[in-house]
Design a binder for this molecule. Structure first.
Ligand SMILES: [Zn+2]
Ligand SMILES: [Zn+2]
Length: 338
């Protein structure tokens, strides 16, 4: 964990809580600064459970899941089906060992190349991220430092398992609480889906909708992640859910309010990106970014905030509000208001 001395980090452990009859929150520790836990959700299904999301893989992580399950009298053998909201490590990372222990299927949306490509060739994935940095105007020396820090780091996925079934609209998941429907919600990740139980108006939202608003998009896999995210907010809003079970943090009830707040923040950041280009001078994504987040990048936030800024510029480009200026070889992209 960069920046935090070993020993000062509070030792987090897995924890299980019953949220409602037949629904358990399994809160699992994460080694990430600012994101201390993720949730897996267990929902009763016959003599077992359906497990929505898995937690990430690192040494000891499966024991955290087993400990959280044990606190609510569940065991890995009770898992009848694994359903992943998306293919990020904290939601999919332990799919392989759970599937192995439980002898069950894994269902995931087919647009999971954003994870599979990186898992098959982590060095190439790192180089692609560095190329994005170079195109955005990050100095070569800073990118070299980033490469040194990241090279050879694990990224939280125990083993690649291909889904036994594509998790797409029309597929339903049977539980004791009724059927859950599948709703594609790309933006945060191309493989993202939300699961909805209509009679009880329950939403399993993954990272699409969180209690504490936090915008993140996978950049470089789809044409317009920010635009896709805005559309996905409309999709979830129309479901009229009454209780949201998110991928991080506690369940919350004001689902419309959270959708509105996400929409507002995306529009605010789009406006800020456009505002940064108002002077008429062409600027790089690196130069636009401080206006978007209200502060400049650090080594810790760079890999997150720079792609996010590029997603806003790309969306504005599609709306015809900004354009990329032609660039010389090796030069960063420059953006101009139209
Ligand atoms: Zn995610
Ligand atoms: Zn997550």
């Amino acid at each position: 964990m960069p920046g935090v001395a070993e020993g000062t980090r509070k030792r987090e452990v897995g924890r299980g809580d019953r949220i409602r009859p037949g629904i358990w929150r399994l809160r699992l520790p994460l080694p990430w600064p600012g994101v201390p836990h993720c949730n897996a959700w267990a929902v009763a299904a016959g003599d077992g459970i359906v497990l929505f999301d898995t937690g990430m893989h690192e040494p000891g992580s499966l024991a955290h899941l087993e400990r959280a399950m044990d606190q609510v009298n569940l065991r890995l053998e009770h898992v009848r089906l694994i359903v992943c909201t998306h293919a990020h490590s904290d939601h999919y990372g332990q799919a392989a060992p759970i599937r192995e222990a439980a002898g069950c299927e894994l269902w995931l949306h087919p647009n999971h190349e954003h994870m599979t490509l990186a898992a098959r060739d982590p060095d190439a994935a790192l180089e692609r991220r560095l190329e994005v940095g170079l195109q955005s105007g990050v100095p070569q020396a800073a990118l070299d430092r980033y490469r040194e820090q990241r090279k050879g780091q694990g990224f939280g996925i125990s083993e690649l398992v291909t889904p036994d079934r594509d998790l797409v609209p029309g597929v339903t998941i049977d539980t004791d609480l009724g059927e859950w429907s599948v709703h594609e919600t790309p933006g945060h990740a191309p493989s993202h889906v939300c699961l909805f139980q209509a009679e009880r108006r329950l939403l399993i939202s993954g990272d699409h909708l969180l209690g504490r608003i936090s915008l993140y998009y996978d950049y470089g896999y789809t044409p317009d992640p920010a635009g896709e995210f805005l559309h996905s907010l409309d999709v979830v809003d129309a479901l009229d859910a009454r209780l949201c079970l998110p991928g991080h943090g506690r369940p919350f009830t004001d689902v419309h309010g959270h959708v509105d707040a996400n929409r507002a923040l995306v529009h605010e950041r789009l406006d800020s990106a456009l505002g940064a280009l108002a002077g008429g001078e062409p600027r790089t994504a690196l130069e636009v970014q401080p206006a978007v987040h209200g502060e400049p990048l650090t080594a810790l936030t760079g890999g997150w905030w720079l792609p996010e800024t590029l997603c806003y510029l790309t969306h504005l480009e599609r709306l015809g509000k900004v354009r990329r200026t032609p660039r010389e070889d090796g030069e960063p992209d420059h953006w101009m208001a139209t």
